[in-house]
Design a protein. Structure first.
Length: 344
C-alpha cells in the first residue's frame, strides 16, 4: 500500500477531497502508481503529481482510473468537475497575486529614480558659497531691500484682495441679473393679463408630461459564485470554464450502448445544456440540440468528451443529445421518465 505525503496546505478543499478519493481508489485496488500508469496510459510521473496534489488529473485520466479500479465513473466525474472549477479559481487568484507583485516591484523600481521634492540642489563645487553680506539697520527697514519672506507675504495679500474683488463682482452681477428677470416677468404679466401665454406654455408642456415613460432597464440577475454566464451569453462556450457544470447541472436525459454512456447536462442557473459522452471510441461525433440551435464535438483519445453549450428556454427534457459512430450508428439520450431503445 503506498505511503502518501501530506497534501499542500494551500490546496483548495474540493481539490483536496478529489485527490483523497483518487488515493483511496488506488489503495483499494492494491496497485502501485507504476501499475496504475501502465494500465491507464498516463506516465508514472504524471500520476505521482496527481496523487500528491501538485497537478489536477485530466478528465481522461480520471475515467481511465475508474475503469481500472471499477469505480463509478459518473460520481468520480462529478467530484472532478468541482475540483476543476476550484483549481481554475485558484489559478486565477495566483495570477492576480503575481500581477500585483510585479506592479508593486515596477512602482518601487521607478520610485528609486523619482526626484525628491524635499531635496535642495547642492551648490556647484567650483563655486564656493559667498559669505552673508552685512545689512545696515537702515537698509533692512527699506522697502527696496525687503526679505524674500516679506515679498511672498505681500504677493499673497495682493492675490487674496484680487480674489475677494472678483467674488464680490460675481455676486453683484448675479443679483442684477435676477432683478432684471423679475422686472421682465412683471412687465409681461402687465401687458397680457389674460394669461394666454401661460396657457399656451402649459399646453406645450402637457404632451411631454403625459407621455408614458419607458421603464428603466432591469439589472441583470446576480449569478452564484463561479458562474460566468447565463442565457445567450453561454452559447458556444465551455460549460466547465463558465462554471455551469458540477453542482449547477443535472442530467434530464440519458442513454447507453454497451460501455458507452451519453447524457444531456442541463444547468438552470446558466439556462443552457450540453451533451456528455463517456466510454465511446476516439473521434466519435457528439451533438446537442435545443430551440433550433445545435453544437457538436468529438470524443478524445480516452473515448470521452462533451459539446459546447446551447441556450435552453423551454423544457430541458426536449433537449437532444446523440452520439454517432464512425460506421454511422447513432445513439441518443432519452428523458429519464421515458427511456427506450437507442436510435439507429
Amino acid at each position: 500500500m503506498p505511503r502518501w505525503k501530506e497534501l499542500p496546505e494551500e490546496l483548495d478543499p474540493q481539490v483536496r477531497e478529489f485527490t483523497g478519493q483518487l488515493r483511496r481508489l488506488v489503495e483499494h485496488s492494491g496497485l502501485s502508481p507504476a501499475a496504475v500508469a501502465d494500465r491507464t496510459g498516463y506516465s508514472k510521473t504524471s500520476w505521482e503529481r496527481y496523487l500528491h496534489g501538485r497537478l489536477l488529473a485530466p478528465q481522461g485520466a480520471v475515467l481511465a482510473l475508474a475503469e481500472v479500479t471499477g469505480a463509478d465513473a459518473g460520481h468520480l466525474l462529478t467530484l472532478w468537475e468541482l475540483a476543476e472549477r476550484a483549481w481554475s479559481r485558484s489559478e486565477m487568484r495566483r495570477d492576480a497575486t503575481m500581477e500585483s507583485i510585479q506592479v508593486a516591484q515596477a512602482r518601487f523600481a521607478l520610485g528609486e529614480y523619482a526626484p525628491d521634492p524635499d531635496r535642495v540642489p547642492a551648490a556647484s563645487p567650483s563655486e564656493p558659497p559667498s559669505p552673508p553680506s552685512a545689512v545696515s539697520p537702515s537698509s533692512a527697514s527699506s522697502p527696496s531691500h525687503a526679505s524674500p519672506a516679506g515679498r511672498t507675504a505681500d504677493t499673497g495679500a495682493r492675490q487674496l484682495r484680487r480674489q475677494l474683488r472678483r467674488e464680490r463682482m460675481t455676486v453683484w452681477v448675479a443679483g442684477a441679473a435676477g432683478v432684471l428677470l423679475v422686472a421682465v416677468g412683471l412687465l409681461l404679466l402687465a401687458l397680457n393679463p389674460s394669461g394666454g401665454g401661460g396657457k399656451k406654455a402649459a399646453a406645450a408642456t402637457a404632451p411631454a408630461a403625459s407621455a408614458p415613460q419607458s421603464p428603466p432597464p432591469s439589472a441583470p440577475p446576480a449569478l452564484p459564485a463561479g458562474v460566468r454566464c447565463t442565457g445567450a451569453d453561454c452559447a458556444g462556450k465551455d460549460p466547465n470554464r463558465m462554471g455551469c457544470s458540477g453542482q449547477n447541472a443535472v442530467s434530464p436525459s440519458r442513454g447507453a450502448a454497451g460501455a458507452m454512456r451519453i447524457e444531456v447536462r442541463y444547468s438552470k442557473v446558466c439556462a443552457a445544456a450540453w451533451a456528455r459522452v463517456t466510454g465511446a471510441a476516439p473521434g466519435e461525433q457528439i451533438t446537442v440540440g435545443a430551440d433550433g440551435h445545435s453544437a457538436t464535438a468529438r470524443t478524445g483519445q480516452g473515448g470521452d468528451g462533451y459539446t459546447p453549450m446551447v441556450t435552453v428556454s423551454g423544457d430541458p427534457a426536449k433537449v437532444t443529445a446523440c452520439r454517432t459512430t464512425a460506421a454511422g450508428l447513432r445513439h441518443c439520450a432519452q428523458p429519464a421518465a421515458a427511456k427506450g431503445p437507442a436510435t439507429p
